[in-house]
Design a binder for this molecule. Structure first.
Ligand SMILES: NC(=O)c1ccc[n+]([C@@H]2O[C@H](COP(=O)([O-])OP(=O)(O)OC[C@H]3O[C@@H](n4cnc5c(N)ncnc54)[C@H](OP(=O)(O)O)[C@@H]3O)[C@@H](O)[C@H]2O)c1
Length: 262
């Protein structure tokens, strides 16, 4: 036995694109990938948020670029990939995290524009990016793609119809990409995270919002919300590494077992 042979979870020198890496789960992923040694292309729509991330990465000496880009547009996906290749010469991983939302709406009131937004930023945006990174990954015979679904697609939570449908479409595309591109050394997996505190900051103890939050975790196996850096990003890091090389086309519920309540 070779006791020096390590499980390959290190991402030293790996070039990874993280879409929507300026806040929430995406920002947590950026921070953890930076610690794992990756060089990063971070995208988002808001310039000031991108500048904050760039300052943070510069301060710790992590090679990076940021690009203001809306994932809903196919031409910006190609621009993200072109800028990444120009800066780093290769692409090892894509984390297709960005997704826009609409306010909670009952199915009977959903408008075409509500549906268009989640489809454009979810499955279409994910597909355009996957297509854009494909040539570079195929040429090198290795690639890791991580997409984002939602447990709401499984549970049909009222008020989230278009969002849930869009996230299920992402999971479906994940499986097709895994089958079509596996022979090129590319793995494609989907993460369904649970980390809501950054979207729904808990107000004063005893408030309605705090009660709703407590109820959400009352019958949860681990009894708590996921943390972007400590709970979600490590799973994504694993899926970007060589340690996950025999996993593809799968959905990972990174939700502390919350899906089991449904
Ligand atoms: N949080 C959860 O519990 C949860 C549960 C299930 C699934 N998910 C999935 O996990 C992923 C991250 O969720 P999150 O809660 O961290 O979201 P979030 O807090 O809303 O952050 C979304 C990120 O994506 C960027 N973004 C949004 N729309 C974009 C667009 N059209 N083009 C480019 N960037 C865009 C945002 O920055 P700008 O606004 O500056 O563009 C931001 O950086 C999403 O795919 C979401 O569907 C999250």
């Amino acid at each position: 036995m070779d006791v020096n042979r390590e499980i390959q979870t290190n991402l030293s020198g790996h070039t990874v694109i993280v879409t929507g890496g300026t806040r929430g789960i995406g920002l947590g992923i950026v921070r953890v990938l930076a610690r794992a040694g990756a060089e990063l292309m971070v995208t988002g729509r808001k310039r000031e948020r991108l500048e904050r991330v760039a300052q943070e990465l510069t301060a710790v000496g992590v090679p990076h670029r940021t690009l203001q880009a809306d994932v809903a547009r196919s031409e910006t996906s190609s621009a993200v990939v072109a800028a990444t290749l120009e800066a780093f010469g290769k692409i090892d991983g894509l984390v297709a995290n960005a997704q826009s939302f609409r306010p909670v709406t009952k199915l009977e009131d959903v408008k075409e524009s509500d549906f268009d937004l989640v489809l454009e930023t979810g499955p279409k945006g994910t597909l355009f990016l996957m297509q854009a990174v494909l040539p570079s990954m195929r040429e090198r015979g290795r690639g890791r793609i991580v997409t984002f679904g939602s447990s709401m697609g499984n549970t049909g939570v009222p008020g989230y119809g278009p969002y849930s449908a869009a996230k299920e479409a992402v999971r479906s595309l994940t499986r097709t990409a895994a089958r079509e591109w596996g022979r090129y050394g590319i793995t494609v997996n989907c993460v369904c995270p649970a980390s809501v505190a950054h979207r729904m900051p808990i107000a004063d103890e005893g408030s309605e919002r705090a009660k709703a939050f407590a109820e959400m975790y009352a019958d949860h196996p681990l009894g708590r919300d996921g943390d972007p850096e400590d709970d979600i990003a490590p799973a994504v890091t694993f899926l970007l590494s060589d340690a996950s090389q025999y996993l593809t086309g799968q959905t990972f519920m990174v939700d502390g077992g919350g899906i089991m309540r449904a």
